[in-house]
Design a protein around this ligand. Structure first.
Ligand code: NAP
Length: 331
C-alpha cells in the first residue's frame, strides 16, 4: 500500500481508503453487519489504514460499525475520516431531500453546518466511533444558509481542542474552497471522480494542485458500474439508489459496458481485475491523492486493496485515454 500526505498537514492516509457509505445500508438496499466488519478488517490487513464514513450513512450506523470494526486496533494505526452537515433531526438549514431510514421511516435530510451544530455533531461522531479524535473532519455538502466562515470557525475550534487533526471539505467548488481558506487552511476536498465522471478536471483539480490541497476521489468505481459486473437487467435490492441515477440508465450501462470490454484484455494481460485497473488508473491521475472505494464484503475489500500492487505504464495509460475519448461520455 502507498500512503499519501493530505496537503500541508502531517496526516498521511492510505492511497486506497475504505468508503463506509454502503455498509450503513441506507440508500444501498441494506447491509450485513458481519460482512461490513469483515470487509473493514480485511482491508486493514491489506494495508488500508484509513476509513471514510459520515453520520448520515445509515443515520449513525456506519460510524458505529467502523468503531466496532477497529476497536482492537491501536488508535494511531488507523485514520478515521468522517463528516458533518447532513442532518436528519431538526429542520435548520436547507432541505436537501426526503428519504427513508433503514427501518422505512420517512426522514428529511437538511444541509446544515451552523457552529453549534458542528460542535455537537463532532461529539456524537466521537462517541459512535469510540475515539477521542477524528483524523479528518469534512463538511459533507455546502450549506448555503450558513456563512462559510462560521463553519470554518467551528473547525478551527475543534482543531485547537485536538478533537480533529485536520479539516477538509467535500463537494466544494474551488471558489468555496478559497472562501473557506480565508478562515483556516484546508487539507482536502472529497469529490466525485471516476473514468466516467470527470467534471473536476476542468477547474477543481488545477486549483488543488496549485494550492497543494489533497483530492479524495469518491465513487471511483462509479458505484460498482466500473467493475464490469452490472448489466442492464441487474437486480438491485429495494431502496438501492443506483437504478435512478444517470450512469445506471440502461443505455449508459450498455455504452459503458462496451467501453469496459475494450479494457478487459489489458486487465487480463496484467493478471488484474477490471475493478483493480480502474482504481489504479484513478490513483495515477494528476492531482488525485486518494481513491476512496466502497466495499460491502471481505472479497470486494481485498480485491480493491490489492489494486495498490499493480502499476500502469505510460503506454497503458495512453491506451485507456484513447478508449475514454471514444466513449464520449466524458464530462
Ligand atoms: N462526500 C460525498 O458526498 C460522497 C458521496 C459518495 C461517496 N462518498 C464516499 O466514497 C465512498 C466510495 O464511493 P461509493 O461507495 O459511492 O462508490 P464506489 O466506491 O465507486 O463503489 C462501491 C460499490 O461498488 C461495489 N463494489 C466495490 N468493490 C467491488 C468489487 N471488487 N467487485 C464488485 N463490486 C464491487 C459495491 O456495491 P455492490 O456490491 O452493491 O454492487 C460497493 O458498495 C463511499 O463509501 C463514501 O465513503 C462520499
Amino acid at each position: 500500500m502507498e500512503y499519501r500526505q493530505l496537503g500541508d498537514t502531517d496526516l498521511k492516509i492510505s492511497a486506497i481508503t475504505f468508503g463506509a457509505w454502503a455498509i450503513g445500508g441506507w440508500m444501498w438496499g441494506g447491509s450485513e453487519r458481519r460482512d461490513a466488519i469483515d470487509a473493514i478488517q480485511a482491508s486493514y490487513d491489506q494495508g488500508v489504514t484509513s476509513i471514510d464514513t459520515a453520520p448520515i450513512y445509515g443515520q449513525g450506523l456506519s460510524e458505529e460499525i467502523v468503531g466496532e470494526a477497529i476497536q482492537n486496533v491501536s488508535r494511531d494505526k488507523v485514520q478515521l475520516l468522517t463528516k458533518f452537515g447532513m442532518r436528519w433531526e431538526g429542520t435548520k438549514g436547507a432541505l436537501a431531500f426526503k428519504s427513508v431510514d433503514n427501518s422505512g421511516k420517512p426522514i428529511d435530510v437538511y444541509k446544515y453546518a451552523g457552529k453549534e451544530s458542528v460542535i455537537r455533531e463532532c461529539e456524537d461522531s466521537l462517541r459512535r466511533l469510540r475515539t477521542d479524535y477524528i483524523d479528518l473532519y469534512q463538511i459533507h455538502w455546502p450549506d448555503a444558509t450558513t456563512p462559510v466562515a462560521e463553519t470554518m470557525e467551528a473547525l478551527a475550534q475543534l482543531l485547537k481542542q485536538g478533537k480533529i487533526r485536520a479539516a477538509g471539505v467535500s463537494n466544494y467548488s474551488s471558489a468555496l474552497m478559497a472562501e473557506a481558506e480565508k478562515t483556516l487552511s484546508l487539507a482536502s476536498n472529497q469529490v466525485p471522480y471516476s473514468m466516467v465522471e470527470r467534471t473536476i478536471e476542468e477547474d477543481l483539480v488545477p486549483y488543488c494542485v496549485r494550492n497543494n490541497k489533497a483530492i479524495i476521489a469518491y465513487s471511483p468505481l462509479q458505484r460498482g458500474l466500473l467493475t464490469g459486473k452490472i448489466r442492464p437487467d441487474h437486480f438491485f435490492a429495494p431502496g438501492d439508489h443506483r437504478p435512478g441515477t444517470r450512469h445506471f440508465k440502461p443505455e449508459n450501462i450498455r455504452r459503458i459496458g462496451d467501453f469496459l470490454d475494450k479494457l478487459r484484455p489489458l486487465a487480463r494481460s496484467k493478471d488484474a481485475l477490471l475493478s483493480q485497473l480502474v482504481i489504479r488508473w484513478t490513483l495515477a491521475r494528476p492531482g488525485i491523492t486518494i481513491a476512496l472505494v466502497g466495499a460491502r464484503d471481505k472479497e470486494q475489500a481485498i480485491q480493491n486493496a490489492k489494486a495498490a500492487n499493480m502499476r500502469l505504464s505510460k503506454e497503458e495509460i495512453a491506451f485507456i485515454a484513447g478508449e475514454l475519448k471514444q466513449l464520449e461520455l466524458l464530462n
